[in-house]
Design a binder for this molecule. Sequence first.
Ligand code: NZQ
Ligand code: ZN
Length: 390
Amino acid sequence: MRNFIFEYPTKVYFGSGAVKEHLAGELSKYGKNVLLAYGGGSIKANGVYDEVMSVLKECGKNVTEFGGIMPNPTYAKVQEGAALAKQKGIDLILAVGGGSVTDCCKIVALQATNDEDVWESELVKGKLPACPPVPLGAIVTVSGTGSEMNGGGVITNEDKKIKTGLFGAAPRFAVLDPEYTMSVPFAQVMSGAFDTLSHAMETYFGQPDDDNVSDDINEAVMRSVIRNMRVLLTDHNDYTARSNLMWDSAMAENGILKIGKKTDFQAHMIEHQLGAYTDCNHGMGLAAIHPSYYRHIFKEGLAKFVRFATNVWNIERGDMTDEQLAMAGIDRLEQFIAECGLPTRLSQLKVRTPITDKMLEEVAYSTTIQPNSYKRMTGGEIYDILKECM
Ligand code: NZQ
Ligand code: ZN
């Protein structure tokens, strides 16, 4: 193992009925003024809003609502939330939703206590704003991103055409009730689960590759995601599968798989930029990108791709060479994406504006190049990958 420091800030309450059982106890630790943040309204349709609101009222909180947080949250929405939090003297932000709501609130929490612009401070000046954020709690209603267990928020700056990660508030607590995910449209369930698989793969295919316990745990998480996605294909509402996927999601982004590793995340950087131009669904964009990206890098990480084919996909070597076995693993990944009804081509994505060749070129050349990929990408090679994905 490489040297590491590990500390964990988020207390997790997991399981059916967790909001009723545990939310009041957490709320008692904070002041009266709560910002209740949510997305486009799913929590009002499925009863989660009523359940959370009744606990807030029982606890005597003054609730300010901050709704309408969109998938792929914008920096303008962050500023709207921060202005509201400042104006109302908010003591706790409660994010109720998926990665988009939680991510938006992480940055709202930081912007609300700082006058300097968070984007400018972090991405231009390269430093965190000085004042600590407003405390944040997360109630997860759709799993996949694992956002509830880390401090990064992925935000789209529409003016700059950049979708990228900022550091904000890591949730002090997170409530994960798998029952809350039952109303999520099935395509989104599979998209979220693929996002989890992607997080695990992006970490697995990162250095170093010498024997380390993080990669062993990672293989178990990847196998669990694949097995449980398959269970959901036959029974959309299987509680055990939903609950396993919810914890897989948190496990893939809570830092445990990353201990002692330098992660890749190049496929994520490509997808994020594609998202900035098209507003495409995150997990679906990743599904279309991963196989092509891996065909470009597998020769530089051959032994690990062989291990992936063998340990994750259970492919027998037979008379295959290392390269053939590694390729068979990537082919199996692509077949699994199709089996799950996820897009294998960018042309299958639902997008705001049609994807043109010129757009792909702009996406490619504005993508952040990751230093830890087996093969260092160039804008030109990313452009080739994106064209292959069409
Ligand atoms: O907005 P509402 O009405 O709530 O509808 C949402 C949204 O349309 C719906 N939904 C959520 N819970 C539901 C539900 N519908 C019915 N019943 C429920 N219980 O699901 C849709 C998608 O929600 P969203 O939050 O956008 O999905 P997800 O959790 O996949 O988050 C995606 C965002 O997270 C970022 C992505 O880039 C994207 O912007 N990511 C954040 C990461 C992090 N902070 O660690 C890591 C990831 O790699 C990712 O980049
Ligand atoms: Zn992701």
